[in-house]
Design a protein around this ligand. Structure first.
Ligand code: NAD
Length: 508
């Protein structure tokens, strides 16, 4: 694949915007470095789009909507079929770019692309996903039916931690439903979304149907307030998501915000120890803890509290290295700021009296001395008032809370404001069933550590992890990106007998 990054002699490449089907250099004076978190090498510079450029993206999407909304379902589905084939073909090169700008291991970067690819595969079924409903003879000779029609120009704002998967949660579902889209990816890793955009054009997405602008708060606020944007899909932190939800709602838009998390995994003493601890350690430290569905709180019930040394021993076996290096289990965190933030929270945990069982600070990775690495870090004796419990750490830090009973674990989790994901490890069907029934969290794993649903379902985080009714991808995304029109019809031919004037609301 030819990257559209223009490499001028001796200059850092610049990230282009996608406007009206063309990759365009921004005229802005505001640029930010895109940095490899393992090496600090500047990979590119990303522009913060000007107001004119943002308006041009929306204008292009508005113009394209006029024809795209009438494009036959089969044409839209075929473009998605082509896109899924292209993403699959270029999986490895996308994963290399993703790993370089985000820090993930190559295997995990492929996973990032793959989970997004699954959404594209699902979008190929739009012929059945966008079906309406029909009821014959709801009154004498009267039929009622619904259409699922596109809604217009939609905006998407994505986070740094899944630069392939989350843009792919957004634009394929939006455009396959007949909408046009303006995406604002994270300014920390915009190269991966631009590779996906290249593939989307190759797959046949017409000019203006997908536009990409770059930037930060100003671009986000412009998307939330632009009069020609009808819906906004946001994925990112709770602070920004709440702002986006309020601003876009006040401007009359349909909004969905998937936000921060504090995911608890409950380990019962009857759990299969080896399987459960492997799952816990993988889901806590994988992607250096920078997953919204990472296990961040381990709740050990009863005798399972004796397993702390085994957890520490397993965490010690993980290899911290640059994502491109063979055998790496976790790479660096995304930026120096992110590293300093995580280290500050570890300091807080120590000051607040939690027991530091494993200290990943100060880790040195040979050949990558400047990288933003933090090794697996484990606290035990954590209580719900501590900052390391109340705050989403978003780094490779496990906090362990001990409780005596499953009821105590459920109460602890239900008292936590977040509701993204949770899990239970047990061999007891009764315990698992009680947990799934009583837990107030939107996504539950039973002996499954990261219960991110496949796209024939939807991503269903809840409570403090979500604003808006409908989630991204799956059935709920089709509802989010369409509006229902209900038609009630009756036909008369010349032989119809007049029923007279009806002054009531009843259908006769
Ligand atoms: P972030 O909120 O900092 O950034 C998300 C987007 O908002 C980016 O595009 C960014 O440019 C923009 N932004 C940043 N600051 C802004 C501001 N002040 N005003 C307006 N826009 C702003 O999130 P992040 O650090 O990129 O991603 C990590 C967060 O995302 C974590 O909290 C994680 O839990 C969450 N997340 C949630 C889900 C989910 O499905 N619930 C999935 C992935 C990530």
């Amino acid at each position: 694949m030819t990257s559209k990054l223009a490499t001028l002699a001796n200059q850092t490449p610049t990230v282009k915007m996608l406007l009206d089907g063309k990759f365009i250099e921004s005229q802005t004076s505001e640029w930010q470095d895109v940095v490899n978190p393992a090496t600090q090498e500047v990979l590119a510079q990303v522009p913060f789009a000007t107001d004119d450029e943002i308006n041009a993206a929306v204008a292009s999407a508005s113009k394209a909507y006029k024809t795209w909304k009438n494009t036959p379902l089969a044409t839209r589905a075929r473009i998605m079929l082509k896109l899924q084939a292209l993403v699959r073909e270029h999986m490895s090169s996308i994963a290399h770019t993703l790993s370089a700008e985000q820090g993930k291991t190559l295997a995990d970067a492929e996973g990032d692309v793959f989970r997004g690819l699954e959404v594209v595969e699902h979008a190929c079924s739009i012929g059945t996903l966008q079906l309406g409903e029909f009821a014959e003879n709801v009154a004498g000779g009267v039929d009622t039916y619904t259409l699922r029609q596109p809604i217009g120009v939609c905006g998407g704002i994505s986070p740094f931690n899944f630069p392939a998967m989350i843009p792919l949660w957004m634009f394929p579902m939006a455009i396959v439903c007949g909408n046009t889209f303006v995406l604002k990816p994270s300014e920390q890793d915009p190269l991966t979304p631009m590779l996906l955009a290249e593939l989307a054009l190759q797959a046949g997405v017409p000019p203006g149907v997908l536009n990409i602008i770059h930037g930060g708060k100003r671009a986000v606020d412009a998307i939330c307030t632009h009069p020609d944007i009808v819906a906004v899909s946001f994925v990112g932190s709770t602070a920004v998501g709440t702002h986006v939800y309020n601003l876009a709602s006040q401007h009359g838009k349909r909004v969905q915000c998937m936000m921060g998390a504090k995911n608890h995994a409950v380990v019962m003493p009857d759990a299969n120890k080896e399987q459960s601890l492997n799952a816990l350690v993988g889901s806590t430290f994988g992607a250096a803890g920078q997953r919204c569905m990472a296990t961040s709180v381990t709740v050990l019930v009863g005798d399972a509290q004796k397993w702390i040394p085994d957890i520490v021993a397993k965490a010690k076996t993980l290899k911290v290295n640059a994502g491109v290096e063979k055998g790496a289990d976790l790479g660096p965190v995304v930026s120096k700021n992110a590293k300093n933030r995580v280290l500050g929270l570890v300091e807080d945990g120590i000051k607040e009296g939690a027991k530091l069982e494993l200290d990943g600070r100060g880790i040195k990775v040979p050949g990558y001395e400047k990288g933003n690495f933090i090794g697996p870090t484990i606290f035990s004796g954590v209580t719900p008032e501590m900052k390391i419990y109340t705050t989403e750490i978003f780094g490779p830090v496990m906090v362990i809370v001990g409780v005596n009973t499953l009821n105590e674990a459920i109460t602890l989790i239900n008292n936590n404001p977040f509701g993204n994901g949770t899990g239970i490890f047990t061999q007891s069907g009764a315990a698992a069933r009680k947990f799934q029934s009583e837990i107030d969290v939107g996504q539950v794993g039973i002996n499954v550590p990261i219960p991110v649903p496949v796209p024939s379902f939807s991503f269903t985080g809840s409570r403090g992890s979500k604003l808006g009714d409908l989630g991204p991808y799956g059935k709920q995304a089709v509802q989010f990106y369409t509006q229902t029109k209900t038609i009630t019809s009756r036909w008369f031919d010349d032989s119809s007998t007049s029923t007279g004037v009806n002054t009531t609301i009843s259908l006769k």
